[in-house]
Design a protein around this ligand. Structure first.
Ligand code: ATP
Ligand code: MG
Length: 176
């Protein structure tokens, strides 16, 4: 059966994505590389990797029934993943609510036979790929407060020249 590469993510509002694109432009002056397209910026909560089409359908059907406790991620620093040549934006420390959302999501996914990665959760928004310098992070612009109330399930489709993301489902916000 064909497999579909899936991940759960927080997706920024267009205004926040535009602010992050500004961060990417600034960062590029130091690190070089290629900015991610503004409409693709996101924060990965759980990368599932390839799952078969039947399970993908099941997850897409179940996602609207999930409730993500709303929270806030302060984006306040640049970071570098040197080996992957990525420059990212993220919080100084992982907010407890976001960590809990991540852990609860993986607990739920465990019921579908999916296992979390062994590496700890490192919340980040990739801004630049293929950076040409791996200078240590320097001061970021004024912090951005990312208020979220839902997560999206995204299919990542490989195309020549990169991946394309397609949002296949989203959790329903808790009514306040
Ligand atoms: P490509 O790999 O084709 O260059 P991409 O990295 O944008 O494209 P995916 O590899 O499908 O697309 O990744 C989707 C999201 O999941 C990205 O935010 C990526 O950083 C993240 N991700 C990918 N692999 C892992 C992993 N092993 N662990 C955690 N997050 C991952
Ligand atoms: Mg990738």
């Amino acid at each position: 059966m064909s497999a579909i590469r899936l991940f759960f993510a927080l997706w920024p509002s267009p205004a926040l994505a535009a602010s992050l694109a500004g961060w990417a432009e600034q960062a590029r002056l130091t690190w070089g590389g290629r900015p991610m397209r503004t409409e693709t910026l996101h924060l990965t909560l759980a990368f599932l990797g390839p799952v078969d089409a039947a399970l993908a359908d099941e997850l897409a059907a179940a996602t609207p029934e999930r409730r993500l406790p709303p929270g806030e991620v302060p984006l306040e620093r640049f970071g570098v993943f040197g080996r992957q040549r990525i420059l990212w934006a993220g919080p100084g420390e992982t907010p407890a609510g976001l960590q809990a959302a991540h852990d609860e999501l993986w607990q739920w996914l465990g019921g579908y036979g999916l296992a979390p990665p062994v590496q700890p959760f490192r919340p980040h928004v990739t801004l630049l790929r293929n950076i040409t310098h791996t200078h240590p992070p320097e001061e970021a612009p004024a912090p951005l407060a990312w208020r979220y109330d839902r997560m999206v399930l995204v299919a990542s489709e490989s195309l020549t020249g990169g991946s394309r993301y397609r949002i296949v489902a989203q959790s329903r916000p808790i009514e306040g």
